[in-house]
Ligand binder design. Sequence first.
Ligand SMILES: Nc1ncnc2c1ncn2[C@@H]1O[C@H](COP(=O)(O)OP(=O)(O)OP(=O)(O)O)[C@@H](O)[C@H]1O
Ligand SMILES: [Mg+2]
Length: 299
Amino acid sequence: MQGLNVDVVIQGREYAALKDVSFSVERGQAHGLVGESGSGKSLALRSLMGLLPSNARVTGGSATFKGADLFANRGRNIRKIRGAGISMVFQEPAVALNPIARVGTQISDGIAQQKKMSRKEARDYAVHMMGLVGIPSPELRVDAYPFQLSGGMRQRVMIAASVACQPDLILCDEPTTALDVTVQAQILALFNGLKEELNAGILYVTHDLAVVSELCSTISVLYAGRLVESGSAARVLGDPQEEYTRALLAATPRIDEPGQRLRPIPGTTLALRDRPADYSFAMRIAEHALDTPTNFEEQ
Ligand SMILES: Nc1ncnc2c1ncn2[C@@H]1O[C@H](COP(=O)(O)OP(=O)(O)OP(=O)(O)O)[C@@H](O)[C@H]1O
Ligand SMILES: [Mg+2]
């Protein structure tokens, strides 16, 4: 992804939601795209899939996947892109799963058509994938409907359905935020296994730096549509160069330091239509300087 610009039209006016955003995802590795709510993470991910909302469009940049330009045939070729090995895992399984189809069918449908599998082969493959994502007794659950499974199991089914076609690139938009901490840890372990097992690249969007440190080898930090800092996860988390990254870190609970004091970031990212053209984190902090001390280096 090189120099991505995305504009959004609100009440007839065009606003720049993403400005010059670049990152890359290597095979067998995960890249974390992090930032607070409203920073543009979902828009960045959706632009790769050609799944932007109707009032948003890519106005610049290029995205290359296996040598092909993803933006070249926008619109017409989404099916082809998915077929060629990019899949997406959403935050809410409820939206992605069909409530009235058996989970096994939903997992194997795509690949069964592609490979012209028999019903028995497709069912066996679904059982295999359910086992791979850590669903206990998959042969008993393969014929269940989504509502018969717990939230964590549904999330696993969705992941199994996304990776069933053996994608080379998996795009994840906060797939664990709706889950409790234990299930979250299991899903992260699952992604860690999948990136090795499938030798797939993972683009992982989240506001949670703790998640990123578990999974990702490289990170990009996004603030209000612009890239603030990027590099190896060890370097960005261990030796952040930008005040915004330090602020995010100071606001993130650390597993190795229970009982530490967290410092929430003052204020919120301004909505698109309220942002001045050169809107920066420093401007937000200046606005809130009277409420809170703002030296994030101390923690
Ligand atoms: N279709 C749309 N119409 C108007 N504004 C939009 C639209 N989609 C996104 N935005 C705005 O663009 C900005 C970036 O949105 P985006 O959904 O990418 O943020 P995000 O980083 O994914 O946030 P979150 O963590 O809350 O999911 C936000 O200010 C959002 O309100
Ligand atoms: Mg989002």
